[in-house]
Design a protein. Sequence first.
Length: 166
Amino acid sequence: MTVLSVGAQAPDFTIGGIDGKQYSLSAALKQGPLLVVFIQTACPICDLTMPYLNRLAGAYGGQGWQVWAISEDDHEASRRYAQRLGVSFPLLVDDPADGWPVSNAYDPPVTPTLFLIGPDGRVQFSGQGFSKADLNAVGERIATHLGIRSAVVAERDDGNPDLRPG
């Protein structure tokens, strides 16, 4: 397996969230683009990224696009992680007990890995680790899709590094 590249068709999946609901990629894409972020609960770079993802979700509202985190840890660890970091969007569980079916299909090389999937089901953007430039680029793509002005979600001088590998 190799990580999905820009332009690749994103594999469809249905997976459960910590909220007990089922989430389907194909159903989500009917509402617009979807940012899928693979995380692990013991990943310090994921911890660094999460507030920016919350900010991204808040900056562009919940209409016409979505963001989902996909945890590669079990349900309980994922629930605690979401509470600890105040995750404001769906956190889904690609449970190791099930053999990580979604992670195996997408093959993220590190956590976090981001995939922005367009309504046509193709990967529009992918990024690995923490990058303020990547987060702002995703925000610009979402703003363009929504027909609104882009917001800077990751300021350069906010006390965090501009880039941290996953």
